[in-house]
Design a protein around this ligand. Structure first.
Ligand code: PMP
Length: 367
């Protein structure tokens, strides 16, 4: 049975219907075990198979080279704001790291890294997070241990459509909100991480993909659960892993594979986001997206209603009307206001079109 609401939430977000149905079917008894995944020992062969299957699906979907390791950790994306510097800032003497700060999440990551070394923000500070500073203006430090950026800023809707050139310095990316939404050349990165709760599952598990030569350099004060060497040696089971979240992520990866993989996701994600951006662009300023065209996110579409800085009365009405149509979680992040439509993998083209139709109608009635 199809749901009566369309969830445009920024995360936790919509899961594919077949995944929920499968989880429902297996909730009481997984396979022929007689118990639920929720009740299963993480040391059992059944759970080991779930974890290893999820890992190999991910390797297949992203074409991950053999010299990379995959971990499923706890602590969320924010855990990796600390995990990255704790494991990598000691790669070179001087403990320096370069950060691109293009929104709230990279700003938080840079602030956390300052606890463990010197952080250099490579470009002049942005007064609004609506663009990516031109790479010719970046002042990269060749002796930095790594260069860090957030591939998709979830709050502001700013997405990189290119991989930064670092002249050989290890590249690290937070892909929490655009993971598996398109193919990625993993070999260009030292490390990629992503919380699962937007594009690949539910909350509770964070994927970390790391090149092998970067493992084993953690600072001595690194908490053991964040130590990549320890977690890789223990197949992400140094301690009890988030078993059910890993299981759900496995189902989502299976669904992505059956839907045509990351290339198919990319085609659909482009289609969905351009459906909404086209409405905004054709609205004569009734809808305004503040983000520069070149870095508009395919995942999170932020916009104001009524005028450039938003007409609050009209925005409230927009949300009310949308919710009467069953379209929920369109309110923008509290730090920026306005609207935000998140269009992760599980959101269908039809659902994006329903929003576009509603936006057209709303404009007709209110301009
Ligand atoms: N990075 C990005 C890009 C995010 O969108 C978020 C959460 N919205 C985080 C990091 C933080 O993730 P968590 O809440 O799982 O710690």
């Amino acid at each position: 049975e199809q749901k009566q609401v369309i969830n445009f939430g920024a995360g936790p977000a919509k899961l594919p219907q077949p995944v929920l149905l499968q989880a429902q079917k297996e909730l009481l008894t997984y396979s022929d075990t007689g118990i639920s995944v929720l009740e299963m020992s993480h040391r059992s062969s059944d759970f080991n198979n779930i974890l290893n299957r999820t890992k190999s699906l991910l390797r297949e979907l992203l074409n991950i080279p053999d010299n990379y390791q995959v971990m499923f950790l706890q602590g969320g994306g924010s855990g990796q704001f600390s995990g990255v510097p704790l494991n990598l800032i000691g790669l070179k003497e001087g403990r320096c790291a370069d950060y691109l700060v293009t929104g709230t999440w990279s700003a938080k990551a840079a602030k956390e890294a300052e606890k463990y070394g010197k952080v250099n923000v490579v470009h002049p500070k942005l007064d609004s997070y609506t663009k990516i500073p031109d790479s010719s203006s970046w002042n990269l430090n060749p002796s930095a241990s790594y260069v860090y950026y957030c591939c998709n800023e979830t709050v502001h809707g700013v997405e990189f459509n290119f991989v930064p050139e670092t002249n050989g310095v290890v590249l690290v990316s937070d892909m929490s909100s655009n993971f598996l939404s398109r193919p990625v050349d993993v070999s260009k990165f030292g490390l990629i991480y992503a919380g699962a709760q937007k594009n690949v599952g539910c909350a509770g598990v964070t994927v970390v993909i790391v090149r092998e030569d970067l493992i084993g350099h953690a600072l001595k004060e690194c908490p053991i659960v964040l130590d990549y060497k320890v977690q890789v040696e223990n197949n992400s089971m140094y301690n009890t892993p988030p078993c059910f979240s890993i299981y759900i992520m496995g189902l989502v990866m299976e669904w992505i594979k059956n839907s045509g993989g990351s290339a198919a996701m990319e085609t659909l994600n482009r289609k969905k986001s351009s459906t909404i951006y086209d409405i905004i662009n054709a609205s004569n300023g009734f809808y305004v997206c503040p983000v520069e065209e070149a870095c508009r996110s395919r995942m999170n579409v932020p916009f104001r209603v009524g005028k450039k800085e938003g007409d609050e009365g009209l925005e409230k009405k927009f949300l009310d009307r949308a919710s009467k149509r069953g379209m929920i979680s369109l309110k923008g992040h509290r730090s920026v206001g306005g609207m935000r439509a998140s269009l992760y993998n599980a959101v269908t083209v039809e659902e994006a079109e329903a929003l576009a139709d509603f936006m057209k109608e709303f404009q007709k009635e209110h301009q």
